[in-house]
Structure formats: structure tokens, C-alpha cells
Design a protein around this ligand. Structure first.
Ligand code: GMT
Length: 377
């Protein structure tokens, strides 16, 4: 099949999922065209059957805001026509699903019936999309997609609660490719460059937005540190960085916390990890937690959104109410207390991550593409 993929090309989970999906579809023999404003960060240009088309937005002094969705719709129309695409798969509703609807209408006037699949990822529904300034357009775009998917049951429930949805929504979980993650038994992660033998390594990865509650990460780590020698690796960049830095200074734990910035090598960093912290306010899925589990790292998370669908309490980690840093620290210490317990949690996390393997999830998208192509919905 010939599939156009539209996504945010940044480090966010939705862009990562879209990029990994596109590359995997290419390897399976589909022709995949990425349409976005930059090359997606995880896109490997040498990947088979994958093409990238950049959306340019001309600066014009009249515009305070450049009309990106207009440029995107026009680009989608040209690429669908030029490459005779079957499907446009848009990730993140705002503004991609809306731009896809416009492209579909334009193509209809040219006698082309392009099918649009929209995958909702989380904040496009829970934080941004349901805000009154966007709600009407997001609801319209969902109802006018040929197929809508969400990355968790929780996000499906949120979508149905927040919008008047007239379409069936399919849940297709996010996925990982287990072989891209370190095999701790076989690899020397050179953890000695970061921590001494008796120190546990704790990791947090995110876009440092308020929803991630990174101050809670620091507070949990500080409590762990009072009982167990440890180091904290913070991966990512974003608006909360300064605040977090200040808290680290205030708690006088600067020599225990490393800020690593954005990284293309998340899987290598996870090779060091003994524990992953994700105390988010809300998380439709929590791809970073799944990536940690694939690297044999147990997860301490909140129980919000879709996190209970991937993190199994007492097995792959523990879940607590948002903001309950005391309980999260206590649970972290339960996992870290001795090597045997840690090793059991690590193995459990890895075993559970395997249920989200690409090979299981990819065919679910292919089935959807086949159905919409036939005009099923
Ligand atoms: O978490 C973010 O702020 C980034 C956001 C995105 O759009 O990239 O992540 C959302 O999509 C990810 C991929 O499906 C999910 O794993 C994240 O849970 C979800 N974030 C939230 O719901 C806050």
C-alpha cells in the first residue's frame, strides 16, 4: 500500500510512534511518505521504501501566525496526487486531522477518494484538543476521519467523554522493537562511567512540560537517596528545566543529578537504568515507560490515564496517585532494596514489554488500512 504519514517531527512520543511505524511499514514493503515540516528525529533516511516531503511555510509580514495547516493541506494534496497514495495516516489531531480533512475535500473535487486514518495520542484530546478554542474543530476532524484510533483504552474513554464522537474508535497500543534495546546480559553498558558499583541509577525521560511533574521526580529521588546511594539521569529539554534545576540546587543534590538534554540514544541510556520514574499528571500511554521496560527497567509511575494499561502493579513496577511522592519513593525502595528483588522486577518489566512488540501491533494498523481502503467505514 502507499501511505502518507503526517506527524510532529520532534522528540514527542507521537512523532516517535509515527516514525517507527512508517519505517516498519517500509520494511514490510509498503511505500511510506512522511509529510512534515522537518525530518522526523528518529527517521533513518536509509530506511527502505521511505520518503520525506518537507512542508514549507512562507513568511509574510501580514501574518502574525503562519498558516501551517494550509501549507500542510496543499502538500498532502500534491503528494497524494503525485504518488497515488491510498491512505493518509495523521498522528495527533491538532492540526493534522483538520488539515487532512481539507486535503480530502480538495482531492474529492479532482475525483480522488483519499482515506484518512487519525491516531489520537493524548494531549491532542486531554489537554489541548478539548479546550474551547479548539474543541469544535477537533470534534469535527475526528468525526470526519475514515478511521480513528487511540493509543490506549483510557484515551478512547477520554475522547468519548470529552467529545460528541459519532465514529467507532479502535484502540491500537503503542509498540516497541525489543531488539533495539540493550541486552543487559550481553552488553557492557559502561555504567561505571556514571555511578559507582553500589549506586542505583534512576532515569526520567520526557519533554519537561508541566504535565510530567518533574519536580516530583526530584522529590522522589531525594527520598530514595536518603536510604540508598543513587544517581539520577534526566533526559529531555523543555519549559520546566530551570525550575527543576533550582530544586536540585535547593536540595543540595547537584552532584547526584545529571541533565543529559535531548537524546537520540534513549535505548543506550536505558542500558544504565535500574529504575524509571514517570510521575505524570496524565499520560495517555507513556511510551517512555514502555521503552524503559523494553530495556529491563521497572517503572514507578502514577496511576493516571493509560499508565495502568502498561505498568502492572507489583510486577513491572508500582503505581500511585498523582503527587503522592512519599508512596512513590517507598515503592521505589521496595524494588531497589536488594539485587534479587531488582532483578525479578527487571525481568518482569522485560517480559511484559514483549506483549507490545512491533510484530503484534503493526498488523493491526495494516488491517485498518485494508479496511478503509475497501471503503468499509
Ligand atoms: O507526552 C507528551 O507531552 C508528548 C505527547 C506527544 O504527542 O508526543 O505524548 C503523548 O503521546 C505519546 C505517544 O502516543 C504517549 O505515549 C504519551 O502518553 C502522550 N502524552 C500524554 O498523554 C501527556
Amino acid at each position: 500500500m502507499k501511505i502518507g504519514i503526517v506527524c510532529y517531527p520532534t522528540f514527542g512520543g507521537s512523532g516517535v510512534v509515527a516514525t517507527e511505524l512508517g519505517m516498519a511499514l517500509g520494511i514490510k514493503g509498503h511505500e511510506v511518505h512522511f509529510i512534515t515540516y522537518n525530518q522526523p528525529v528518529r527517521l533513518n533516511f536509509l530506511s527502505k521504501n521511505v520518503y520525506f516531503h518537507e512542508v514549507f511555510v512562507e513568511e509574510y509580514p501580514l501574518f502574525q501566525y503562519q498558516p501551517y495547516e494550509l501549507a500542510l493541506s496543499s502538500k498532502m494534496v500534491s503528494i497524494v496526487e503525485r504518488y497515488d497514495l491510498d491512505i493518509l495516516h495523521v498522528h495527533y489531531a491538532i492540526p493534522h486531522a483538520y488539515a487532512a480533512f481539507m486535503a480530502k475535500q480538495i482531492l474529492k473535487t479532482k475525483g480522488i477518494d483519499i482515506k484518512v486514518v487519525t491516531t489520537l495520542h493524548g494531549t491532542d484530546i486531554t489537554l489541548v484538543g478539548s479546550h474551547p478554542i479548539y474543541k469544535q474543530a477537533v470534534e469535527f476532524s475526528i468525526n470526519n476521519s475514515d478511521m480513528v484510533t487511540t493509543v490506549s483504552q483510557s484515551l478512547k474513554d477520554d475522547t468519548l467523554r470529552l467529545f460528541d464522537v459519532k465514529k467507532d474508535i479502535k484502540v491500537i497500543y503503542n509498540f516497541i522493537e525489543i531488539d533495539h534495546y540493550p541486552d543487559h546480559a550481553a552488553e557492557d553498558c559502561e555504567r561505571s562511567s556514571l555511578a559507582s558499583k553500589d549506586e542505583r541509577i534512576i532515569v526520567h525521560i520526557s519533554n519537561f512540560r508541566p504535565v510530567k511533574r518533574i519536580e516530583d521526580v526530584i522529590l522522589i529521588f531525594d527520598k530514595i537517596l536518603k536510604k540508598v546511594p543513587a544517581k539520577l539521569l534526566l533526559v529531555g529539554e523543555g519549559p520546566e528545566r530551570e525550575k527543576v534545576n533550582n530544586l536540585v540546587k535547593k536540595l543540595n543534590i547537584r552532584d547526584k543529578v545529571h541533565f543529559l538534554g535531548n537524546s537520540q540514544d534513549v535505548n543506550k541510556i536505558l542500558c544504565y537504568a535500574d529504575l524509571f520514574l514517570l510521575p505524570s499528571e496524565t499520560e495517555s500511554f507513556g511510551l517512555s515507560a514502555l521503552e524503559a521496560m523494553a530495556a529491563k527497567t521497572p517503572v514507578i509511575s502514577t496511576n493516571s490515564g493509560g499508565l495502568p494499561e502498561i505498568n502492572v502493579a507489583g510486577v513491572t513496577g508500582y503505581l500511585s496517585n498523582v503527587g503522592d511522592v512519599d508512596q512513590m519513593a517507598t515503592n521505589a525502595l521496595k524494588i531497589l532494596k536488594d539485587d534479587a528483588t531488582l532483578s525479578t522486577f527487571k525481568q518482569n518489566a522485560f517480559t511484559h514489554a514483549q506483549t507490545f512488540e512491533l510484530e503484534i501491533i503493526l498488523p493491526q494498523y495494516e488491517t485498518i488500512y485494508r479496511h478503509v481502503k475497501k471503503g468499509c467505514c
